[in-house]
Ligand binder design. Structure first.
Ligand SMILES: NC(=O)c1ccc[n+]([C@@H]2O[C@H](COP(=O)([O-])OP(=O)(O)OC[C@H]3O[C@@H](n4cnc5c(N)ncnc54)[C@H](OP(=O)(O)O)[C@@H]3O)[C@@H](O)[C@H]2O)c1
Length: 260
Protein backbone atom coordinates (compact mmCIF):
# COMPACT_ATOMS: atom_id res chain seq x y z
CA UNK A 1 0.00 0.00 0.00
CA UNK A 2 1.19 3.58 -0.76
CA UNK A 3 2.48 5.67 2.11
CA UNK A 4 -0.49 7.31 3.89
CA UNK A 5 0.89 10.83 3.45
CA UNK A 6 -2.57 12.39 3.14
CA UNK A 7 -3.98 10.86 6.31
CA UNK A 8 -6.29 13.32 8.07
CA UNK A 9 -6.94 15.30 4.86
CA UNK A 10 -10.24 15.46 2.98
CA UNK A 11 -10.84 15.77 -0.78
CA UNK A 12 -14.12 16.76 -2.45
CA UNK A 13 -14.17 16.03 -6.19
CA UNK A 14 -16.99 16.26 -8.74
CA UNK A 15 -17.47 13.33 -11.11
CA UNK A 16 -15.68 10.55 -9.26
CA UNK A 17 -17.36 7.58 -10.89
CA UNK A 18 -15.49 7.25 -14.16
CA UNK A 19 -12.36 8.12 -16.10
CA UNK A 20 -10.01 10.73 -14.70
CA UNK A 21 -12.16 11.53 -11.65
CA UNK A 22 -12.27 7.89 -10.56
CA UNK A 23 -8.49 7.59 -10.97
CA UNK A 24 -8.04 10.68 -8.76
CA UNK A 25 -10.42 9.27 -6.12
CA UNK A 26 -8.33 6.08 -5.93
CA UNK A 27 -4.98 7.92 -5.92
CA UNK A 28 -5.95 10.23 -3.02
CA UNK A 29 -7.58 7.37 -1.08
CA UNK A 30 -4.47 5.21 -1.53
CA UNK A 31 -2.53 8.00 0.20
CA UNK A 32 -4.91 7.91 3.19
CA UNK A 33 -7.08 10.89 2.18
CA UNK A 34 -10.80 10.82 3.01
CA UNK A 35 -12.75 11.30 -0.22
CA UNK A 36 -16.16 12.81 -0.96
CA UNK A 37 -17.19 12.68 -4.60
CA UNK A 38 -20.22 13.29 -6.78
CA UNK A 39 -21.99 11.31 -9.47
CA UNK A 40 -24.77 12.16 -11.91
CA UNK A 41 -26.25 8.90 -13.17
CA UNK A 42 -23.84 6.18 -11.99
CA UNK A 43 -25.34 5.65 -8.51
CA UNK A 44 -24.40 1.95 -8.43
CA UNK A 45 -20.81 2.64 -9.44
CA UNK A 46 -20.60 5.34 -6.76
CA UNK A 47 -21.78 2.93 -4.04
CA UNK A 48 -19.23 0.33 -5.19
CA UNK A 49 -16.36 2.83 -5.20
CA UNK A 50 -17.21 4.08 -1.70
CA UNK A 51 -17.23 0.52 -0.33
CA UNK A 52 -14.09 -0.46 -2.26
CA UNK A 53 -11.86 2.42 -1.17
CA UNK A 54 -13.11 2.30 2.42
CA UNK A 55 -12.16 -1.39 2.67
CA UNK A 56 -8.93 -1.18 0.62
CA UNK A 57 -7.45 1.97 2.11
CA UNK A 58 -9.23 2.43 5.46
CA UNK A 59 -10.41 5.94 4.56
CA UNK A 60 -13.85 7.51 4.91
CA UNK A 61 -15.74 8.02 1.66
CA UNK A 62 -19.18 9.31 0.67
CA UNK A 63 -20.82 9.97 -2.71
CA UNK A 64 -23.49 12.57 -3.48
CA UNK A 65 -25.68 13.14 -6.52
CA UNK A 66 -24.97 16.42 -8.34
CA UNK A 67 -26.01 17.94 -11.67
CA UNK A 68 -23.41 20.47 -12.80
CA UNK A 69 -25.97 21.95 -15.17
CA UNK A 70 -27.54 23.34 -11.98
CA UNK A 71 -24.47 24.77 -10.25
CA UNK A 72 -26.43 26.33 -7.37
CA UNK A 73 -27.38 22.84 -6.20
CA UNK A 74 -23.72 22.45 -5.15
CA UNK A 75 -24.81 24.30 -2.00
CA UNK A 76 -27.22 21.50 -1.06
CA UNK A 77 -24.57 18.87 -1.77
CA UNK A 78 -22.08 20.66 0.49
CA UNK A 79 -24.71 20.65 3.26
CA UNK A 80 -24.80 16.86 2.99
CA UNK A 81 -20.98 16.87 2.93
CA UNK A 82 -21.00 18.86 6.21
CA UNK A 83 -23.10 16.16 7.87
CA UNK A 84 -20.46 13.56 6.99
CA UNK A 85 -17.15 15.44 7.19
CA UNK A 86 -15.95 18.12 9.61
CA UNK A 87 -13.27 19.66 7.36
CA UNK A 88 -12.20 20.18 3.75
CA UNK A 89 -8.63 20.52 2.45
CA UNK A 90 -8.84 19.92 -1.32
CA UNK A 91 -11.47 20.57 -4.01
CA UNK A 92 -11.22 19.33 -7.60
CA UNK A 93 -13.72 20.46 -10.23
CA UNK A 94 -13.61 17.52 -12.61
CA UNK A 95 -17.12 16.50 -13.81
CA UNK A 96 -18.00 17.18 -17.42
CA UNK A 97 -21.23 16.82 -19.38
CA UNK A 98 -21.64 14.75 -22.53
CA UNK A 99 -24.39 13.32 -24.73
CA UNK A 100 -27.62 15.28 -25.21
CA UNK A 101 -26.50 18.15 -22.98
CA UNK A 102 -23.68 19.04 -25.39
CA UNK A 103 -25.71 18.94 -28.62
CA UNK A 104 -24.91 22.21 -30.40
CA UNK A 105 -21.78 22.60 -28.28
CA UNK A 106 -19.79 19.59 -29.42
CA UNK A 107 -19.87 20.20 -33.16
CA UNK A 108 -18.02 21.76 -36.12
CA UNK A 109 -18.02 25.59 -36.00
CA UNK A 110 -20.90 26.06 -38.46
CA UNK A 111 -23.17 23.78 -36.41
CA UNK A 112 -22.53 25.40 -33.02
CA UNK A 113 -25.71 26.55 -31.21
CA UNK A 114 -26.05 28.95 -28.26
CA UNK A 115 -27.88 26.43 -26.06
CA UNK A 116 -25.19 23.73 -26.35
CA UNK A 117 -22.43 26.29 -25.85
CA UNK A 118 -24.08 27.80 -22.81
CA UNK A 119 -24.62 24.33 -21.28
CA UNK A 120 -20.87 23.71 -21.53
CA UNK A 121 -20.18 27.14 -19.98
CA UNK A 122 -22.54 26.34 -17.10
CA UNK A 123 -21.02 22.90 -16.50
CA UNK A 124 -17.41 24.04 -16.85
CA UNK A 125 -17.11 27.61 -15.56
CA UNK A 126 -20.19 28.23 -13.40
CA UNK A 127 -19.92 24.83 -11.71
CA UNK A 128 -16.25 25.50 -10.96
CA UNK A 129 -17.13 28.90 -9.44
CA UNK A 130 -19.92 27.68 -7.15
CA UNK A 131 -18.11 24.47 -6.20
CA UNK A 132 -14.94 26.39 -5.36
CA UNK A 133 -16.78 29.16 -3.45
CA UNK A 134 -18.39 26.59 -1.20
CA UNK A 135 -15.02 24.85 -0.78
CA UNK A 136 -13.36 28.13 0.24
CA UNK A 137 -15.91 28.68 3.04
CA UNK A 138 -14.81 25.34 4.54
CA UNK A 139 -11.07 25.66 3.80
CA UNK A 140 -10.96 29.01 5.62
CA UNK A 141 -11.82 27.14 8.81
CA UNK A 142 -8.69 24.94 8.53
CA UNK A 143 -6.36 27.76 7.48
CA UNK A 144 -6.05 27.03 3.77
CA UNK A 145 -6.36 24.50 1.00
CA UNK A 146 -5.82 23.59 -2.62
CA UNK A 147 -8.36 23.95 -5.44
CA UNK A 148 -7.91 22.43 -8.90
CA UNK A 149 -9.91 22.68 -12.09
CA UNK A 150 -9.40 19.96 -14.67
CA UNK A 151 -8.78 21.43 -18.10
CA UNK A 152 -7.73 20.15 -21.49
CA UNK A 153 -5.30 21.04 -24.25
CA UNK A 154 -8.27 21.34 -26.59
CA UNK A 155 -8.00 25.07 -25.78
CA UNK A 156 -4.45 25.11 -27.25
CA UNK A 157 -4.59 22.57 -30.07
CA UNK A 158 -7.28 22.31 -32.75
CA UNK A 159 -9.46 19.30 -31.97
CA UNK A 160 -12.40 18.57 -34.30
CA UNK A 161 -15.84 19.33 -32.74
CA UNK A 162 -14.18 20.61 -29.54
CA UNK A 163 -14.75 24.37 -29.96
CA UNK A 164 -17.36 24.53 -27.18
CA UNK A 165 -15.26 22.61 -24.66
CA UNK A 166 -12.01 24.24 -25.77
CA UNK A 167 -13.26 27.81 -25.34
CA UNK A 168 -14.75 27.00 -21.95
CA UNK A 169 -11.54 25.30 -20.77
CA UNK A 170 -9.71 28.52 -21.73
CA UNK A 171 -12.33 30.42 -19.72
CA UNK A 172 -12.01 28.23 -16.65
CA UNK A 173 -8.20 28.53 -16.72
CA UNK A 174 -8.64 32.31 -16.64
CA UNK A 175 -11.17 31.98 -13.80
CA UNK A 176 -8.58 29.88 -11.94
CA UNK A 177 -6.07 32.74 -12.18
CA UNK A 178 -8.61 35.28 -10.88
CA UNK A 179 -9.53 32.98 -7.99
CA UNK A 180 -5.84 32.41 -7.20
CA UNK A 181 -5.18 36.16 -7.11
CA UNK A 182 -7.93 36.72 -4.55
CA UNK A 183 -7.68 33.58 -2.42
CA UNK A 184 -3.94 33.60 -1.71
CA UNK A 185 -4.54 35.77 1.35
CA UNK A 186 -6.59 32.88 2.77
CA UNK A 187 -3.68 30.48 2.06
CA UNK A 188 -5.78 28.81 -0.63
CA UNK A 189 -3.98 27.94 -3.87
CA UNK A 190 -5.90 27.55 -7.14
CA UNK A 191 -4.52 25.83 -10.23
CA UNK A 192 -5.59 23.92 -13.33
CA UNK A 193 -4.38 20.56 -14.62
CA UNK A 194 -4.73 20.41 -18.38
CA UNK A 195 -4.61 17.03 -20.08
CA UNK A 196 -4.05 16.04 -23.68
CA UNK A 197 -6.45 13.42 -25.08
CA UNK A 198 -6.99 10.70 -22.46
CA UNK A 199 -8.64 7.36 -23.16
CA UNK A 200 -11.91 7.71 -21.19
CA UNK A 201 -15.68 7.44 -21.88
CA UNK A 202 -15.68 11.16 -22.75
CA UNK A 203 -13.19 10.60 -25.54
CA UNK A 204 -14.76 7.35 -26.72
CA UNK A 205 -17.92 9.42 -27.30
CA UNK A 206 -16.08 11.37 -30.03
CA UNK A 207 -17.58 10.27 -33.40
CA UNK A 208 -14.04 10.06 -34.80
CA UNK A 209 -12.50 8.40 -31.69
CA UNK A 210 -10.25 5.99 -33.64
CA UNK A 211 -8.91 8.82 -35.84
CA UNK A 212 -8.25 11.05 -32.81
CA UNK A 213 -6.51 8.19 -31.01
CA UNK A 214 -4.27 7.36 -33.98
CA UNK A 215 -3.39 11.04 -34.40
CA UNK A 216 -2.48 11.41 -30.69
CA UNK A 217 -0.26 8.31 -30.79
CA UNK A 218 1.43 9.67 -33.94
CA UNK A 219 1.98 13.13 -32.43
CA UNK A 220 3.19 12.08 -28.98
CA UNK A 221 6.94 11.59 -28.60
CA UNK A 222 5.86 8.92 -26.09
CA UNK A 223 3.80 7.16 -28.81
CA UNK A 224 0.69 6.59 -26.77
CA UNK A 225 -2.56 8.16 -25.74
CA UNK A 226 -3.04 9.38 -22.17
CA UNK A 227 -4.43 7.04 -19.54
CA UNK A 228 -6.90 8.16 -16.82
CA UNK A 229 -4.13 7.80 -14.22
CA UNK A 230 -1.74 10.13 -16.08
CA UNK A 231 -3.21 13.26 -14.43
CA UNK A 232 -3.34 11.99 -10.85
CA UNK A 233 0.28 12.77 -9.94
CA UNK A 234 -0.14 16.45 -10.80
CA UNK A 235 -3.22 16.60 -8.57
CA UNK A 236 -1.55 15.06 -5.52
CA UNK A 237 1.50 17.28 -6.13
CA UNK A 238 -0.67 20.43 -6.26
CA UNK A 239 -2.27 19.39 -2.97
CA UNK A 240 1.08 18.78 -1.27
CA UNK A 241 3.42 21.12 0.58
CA UNK A 242 5.89 20.69 -2.31
CA UNK A 243 3.56 23.02 -4.26
CA UNK A 244 3.20 25.57 -1.45
CA UNK A 245 4.26 28.54 -3.67
CA UNK A 246 2.46 27.32 -6.78
CA UNK A 247 -0.80 29.13 -7.57
CA UNK A 248 -2.63 30.57 -10.57
CA UNK A 249 -0.98 28.13 -12.99
CA UNK A 250 -1.99 25.50 -15.49
CA UNK A 251 0.09 22.33 -15.51
CA UNK A 252 -0.04 20.75 -18.97
CA UNK A 253 0.23 16.95 -19.17
CA UNK A 254 -0.15 16.03 -22.81
CA UNK A 255 2.43 13.36 -23.68
CA UNK A 256 4.19 16.08 -25.66
CA UNK A 257 1.33 16.33 -28.16
CA UNK A 258 0.77 20.11 -28.03
CA UNK A 259 4.14 20.96 -29.61
CA UNK A 260 4.00 18.51 -32.54
N1 LIG B 1 -10.86 12.50 -21.63
C1 LIG B 1 -9.99 13.41 -22.03
O1 LIG B 1 -9.40 13.30 -23.11
C2 LIG B 1 -9.67 14.58 -21.16
C3 LIG B 1 -8.47 15.24 -21.37
C4 LIG B 1 -8.14 16.32 -20.55
C5 LIG B 1 -9.02 16.75 -19.58
N2 LIG B 1 -10.19 16.11 -19.43
C6 LIG B 1 -11.08 16.64 -18.38
O2 LIG B 1 -11.07 15.75 -17.26
C7 LIG B 1 -12.36 15.78 -16.65
C8 LIG B 1 -12.95 14.37 -16.58
O3 LIG B 1 -13.07 13.88 -17.89
P1 LIG B 1 -13.32 12.32 -18.18
O4 LIG B 1 -12.82 12.07 -19.55
O5 LIG B 1 -12.80 11.51 -17.06
O6 LIG B 1 -14.94 12.28 -18.21
P2 LIG B 1 -15.95 11.03 -18.16
O7 LIG B 1 -15.20 9.74 -18.24
O8 LIG B 1 -16.99 11.31 -19.19
O9 LIG B 1 -16.61 11.15 -16.68
C9 LIG B 1 -17.44 12.25 -16.46
C10 LIG B 1 -17.78 12.34 -14.98
O10 LIG B 1 -18.65 13.48 -14.82
C11 LIG B 1 -19.90 13.04 -14.28
N3 LIG B 1 -21.01 13.77 -14.91
C12 LIG B 1 -21.51 13.60 -16.16
N4 LIG B 1 -22.54 14.43 -16.37
C13 LIG B 1 -22.72 15.13 -15.23
C14 LIG B 1 -23.65 16.12 -14.79
N5 LIG B 1 -24.62 16.59 -15.60
N6 LIG B 1 -23.52 16.62 -13.55
C15 LIG B 1 -22.55 16.16 -12.71
N7 LIG B 1 -21.67 15.22 -13.04
C16 LIG B 1 -21.74 14.71 -14.30
C17 LIG B 1 -19.98 11.57 -14.57
O11 LIG B 1 -20.83 10.96 -13.58
P3 LIG B 1 -21.74 9.65 -13.96
O12 LIG B 1 -20.79 8.50 -14.12
O13 LIG B 1 -22.63 9.51 -12.77
O14 LIG B 1 -22.46 9.97 -15.22
C18 LIG B 1 -18.51 11.14 -14.46
O15 LIG B 1 -18.16 10.91 -13.11
C19 LIG B 1 -13.21 16.75 -17.46
O16 LIG B 1 -13.17 18.03 -16.87
C20 LIG B 1 -12.53 16.74 -18.80
O17 LIG B 1 -12.76 17.91 -19.56
C21 LIG B 1 -10.54 15.02 -20.16
Amino acid sequence: MAEQIMKGKTLFISGGTRGIGKAIVYEFASKGCDVAFTYASSADAAIEIVADIESKFGVKSRAYKLNILEPDTYKDVYKLFDEDFDKLDYFISNAIISGRAVVGGFAPFMRLKPKGLSNIYTATVEAFVVGAQEAVKRMEKVGGGSIISMSSTGNLVYTPNYAGHGTNKAAVETMVRYAAAELGEKNIRVNAVSGGPIDTDALKAFPNYEVVKAEVVRRSPLSRMGDATDLTGACTFLCSDAASWLTGQTIVIDGGTSFQ
